[in-house]
Design a protein around this ligand. Structure first.
Ligand code: PEP
Ligand code: MN
Length: 343
């Protein structure tokens, strides 16, 4: 059972709840978040009277959820959620395009990539300043300098920024620049990082671990939610299989499955899943067709010079077709075309 406290709840309200719960022999775990405080109950909750808990001062909601993830579960939150990133919605009514370079390399490259993203209809800019690379000898990202470049490009274009954080110690720094914090596949079960981004007060994009089941993915999201942050977008980015023709295998069925199990928006990364430029548009069409709430796509003005993931980046010549897909496909699903940017 989970008790969600309202914003108006006082310390005394919380103490009374904990006392009632403990008197029934049940343990109470209090998580104080930026926006909400949550009390997780462990033990024989059958002893507790849900209606009287609900009536206690400061209580907003009491949830009895059968799934192991509670706050992100759709069981108690039948309506699908919309997450707003710098005013841009990601949710059931729209298909949001997030695009930009895999890594921030130079101010010019980032600005050019942002302009390419806008031509394709993107309303959010992606770009990594801290890169989680398989090899310690590969380009690791520009760090804070990269964040400053992203902030300058946001200023120039109006596009809010989505950028990855790889270390719990950097969360505050990255959150001071980013509009949305990305947690990558390699950190998808880094629980200390998940808790830190949950406490940062910024929307979070949580990629699926490349070897994570859908339940493990939702449990990872629960770590973020449990810190009081329910502004989470799930991102399917392919899982590791025996297949070598593609970088990862896009698990397209994960989109409707996750949407049925969780109220959180679900988007797809057709760039990192296929790992090949020629697959990005077909996989984008598939993602929108299956009901994804958005796509996140790599673009680069000169992919042959890219310091990271050049082979999967779309080039100028691909943008017209991507724009057309973003315009024509969402209405077929009863969604609006790429969400309008609110500046
Ligand atoms: C990325 O989006 O830049 C990235 C590293 O993705 P993933 O974590 O899915 O590999
Ligand atoms: Mn990449």
């Amino acid at each position: 059972m989970v008790i969600v406290m309202g914003q108006e709840a006082t310390g005394d309200d919380l103490a009374s709840i904990v006392a009632v719960v403990q008197a029934a022999g049940v343990e109470a775990f209090v998580s104080r978040g930026v926006r909400r405080t949550i009390v997780g109950l462990v033990g024989d909750v059958a002893q507790l009277d849900e209606a009287s808990l609900r009536g206690m001062p400061g209580v907003r909601d009491v949830m009895r959820v059968s799934t192991p993830y509670k706050l992100v579960s759709r069981e108690n939150h039948p309506e699908r959620s919309t997450v707003h990133v710098g005013g841009v919605p990601i949710g059931p009514g729209t298909v949001t395009l997030i695009a930009g370079p895999c890594a921030v390399e130079t101010p010019q490259q980032t600005l050019e990539a942002a302009r390419m993203a806008m031509v394709a209809g993107a309303t959010l800019l992606r770009g990594g300043a801290f890169k989680p690379r398989t090899s310690p000898y590969a380009f690791q990202g520009l760090g804070e300098q990269g964040l400053r470049i992203l902030a300058d490009v946001r200023e120039e274009t109006g596009l809010p920024i989505v950028t990855e954080v790889v270390d719990a110690q950097d969360v505050e720094l990255v959150a001071s620049y980013a509009d949305m914090l990305q947690v990558g596949t390699r950190n998808a079960q880094n629980f200390a990082l998940l808790q830190a981004v949950g406490a940062a007060g910024k929307p979070v994009m949580l990629k699926r671990g490349m070897n994570a089941t859908i339940e493990e993915w939702l449990m990872a999201a629960e770590y973020v939610a449990q810190r009081g942050n329910l502004d989470i977008v799930l991102c399917e980015r392919g899982v590791r299989t025996f297949e070598t023709a593609t970088r990862n295998t896009l698990d397209i069925s994960a989109v409707p499955v996750a949407q049925r199990l969780s109220h959180l928006p679900v988007i797809v990364d057709p760039s990192h899943s296929g790992g090949r430029r020629d697959l990005v548009l077909p996989l984008t069409r598939a993602a929108i067709g299956v009901g994804a709430d958005g796509v996140i796509i790599d673009v680069h003005p000169h992919p042959e010079q890219a310091l990271c993931d050049g082979p999967q980046a779309l080039v100028d010549g691909d943008l017209g077709e991507l724009a057309q897909v973003m315009r024509d496909f969402p209405p077929l699903l009863g969604k609006s075309a790429a969400a309008a940017m609110v500046v």
